[in-house]
Ligand binder design. Structure first.
Ligand SMILES: Cc1cc2nc3c(=O)[nH]c(=O)nc-3n(C[C@H](O)[C@H](O)[C@H](O)COP(=O)(O)O)c2cc1C
Length: 401
């Protein structure tokens, strides 16, 4: 089989749903909702473009379960059926050409900026290093934990009602589920903290609640960290054990990433020479995961060449290729690969040339977010956009809110 043929193969998930090929557009937060957390016309435009992208699976940017806890000011959020019509439109436009759209469902926990969140909660009162933006969270009560689990489940049910073809729990990147998993951010002494089994309870109960609500034949997946890459935080060995637990529950897919706001390795900032050659930042980890589980696996972060992607599938290291930034630069990137128009997609290194600013790590994400905004407004991505543009935007938002 050629590289293209390998990636073109459909894949049937444990729940019975089939994804038409192995390319997935991984989650990229749109941050373009209108009043009531409703997906806007701009979001619909963006997904109209991505419906032609060639990806078999399209995962939305994180959709929040609670309007009191937002990761960005204009996140889509789900509070009952308030946004059902707009969610239906989102599902319909994204899936018009046969791709499956999954909603990524999230709660930011302590990674909720203080400028637009009042009462910030997390597993324990452990604040982020970035004190200018984030305040120390208040530990959640048992009642609040159960409420969050219920909200994850309700949001999944609304996604199903709206016509989405699946859901993904955001269990990575230092948000609430990931905070529960890490003994650095979870210092609880009740049934939700302590042993790994206790720390994983929140993720497992979120999964069970969603499954109970959406039924056996609807895809439910999770994105988790291979590790948090910080001392005393969620480790590789713990992640492998959590993968075992989720597999035993019968989850449909596990997407692997890594890092948190304090250590943004998901964007490749600590890339070693050996990793650069293999492209995918967490390639070694996925091989270990595959040895332990038959659950479908997706790897995201750094993939750029079709030969590297196809080899990973051929070697049975993983089942799906997750790409994010390439879709922000070329909305048809998967199609271009499958049509043989390209064999590699380039993603630029975003810098302003001042080491102290470049090291902060947020420029890259924001630069790509601005590309999403352009596409949502009917423009083409601007590959020559200056790194100062997202920088100025952040400073303005920090000053004026
Ligand atoms: C603008 C932007 C927004 C992102 N938002 C999310 C998100 O909402 N949820 C998530 O799991 N990851 C998010 N990510 C991370 C990507 O899904 C992905 O893990 C990361 O970009 C590495 O993959 P890549 O090298 O293919 O870009 C975002 C990345 C970018 C660039």
């Amino acid at each position: 089989m050629t590289d293209i043929q390998i990636i073109q193969q459909p894949f049937t998930l444990p729940c019975g749903a089939t994804i038409s090929n192995r390319f997935c557009k991984s989650a990229m937060s749109e941050n373009m909702a209108v009043a009531g957390g409703k997906p806007s016309k701009e979001i619909h435009n963006l997904y109209d473009r991505w419906s032609h992208s060639g990806a078999g699976l399209i995962i939305t940017g994180n959709v929040m379960i609670d309007k009191r806890a937002l990761g960005e000011k204009d996140n889509v959020y789900v509070e009952g059926e308030l946004a059902l019509d707009e969610l239906k439109e989102w599902a319909s436009v994204a899936q018009q050409n046969g791709a499956a759209l999954w909603m990524q469902i999230n709660h930011p926990g302590r990674q909720a900026p203080k400028t637009f969140n009042k009462d910030i909660v997390g597993p324990s009162a452990v604040g982020l290093k970035q004190k200018a933006m984030f305040k120390t969270p208040r530990p959640m009560t048992e009642e609040e934990i159960l409420d969050a689990i219920e909200r994850f489940g309700n949001t999944a049910l609304i996604a199903k009602k709206a016509g989405f073809h699946g859901v993904q729990i955001h269990g990575a990147h230092g948000y609430l589920v990931s905070q529960f998993l890490s003994s650095r951010t979870n210092q609880r002494e009740d049934q939700w903290g302590g042993s790994l089994e206790n720390r994983a309870r929140f993720a497992i109960e979120v999964y069970r609640n969603m499954r109970k609500k959406v039924g056996a034949d609807f895809p439910v997946g999770i994105k988790i960290n291979s590790a948090d890459f910080q001392r005393g935080a969620f480790s590789e060995e713990e992640s492998l054990q959590v993968i075992d637990m989720l597999s035993a529950e019968g989850i449909d897919m596990i997407e692997v990433s890594g890092g948190t706001y304090e250590k943004a390795v998901m964007m490749g900032i600590t890339e070693k020479e050996s990793t650069r050659k293999r492209e995918a930042y967490f390639a070694d980890f996925i091989i270990k995961a595959r040895k332990r589980t038959k659950t479908p696996l997706m790897l995201t972060g750094g993939f750029r060449s079709i030969s590297v992607m196809a080899t990973a599938i051929k070697n049975d290291e993983l089942d799906f290729i997750g790409l994010a930034r390439p879709f922000a630069l070329n909305p048809q990137v998967a199609k271009d690969f499958l049509d043989g128009k390209i064999t590699k997609c380039e993603v630029p290194q975003i810098t302003v040339g001042i080491a102290a600013i470049d090291k902060m790590g947020f420029l890259d994400t924001l630069w790509h977010a601005l590309q999403l905004e352009r596409m949502a407004n009917g423009k083409e991505p601007d590959l020559k956009m200056s790194g100062w543009k997202p920088f100025r935007k952040v400073i303005k938002e920090m000053i004026f809110g």
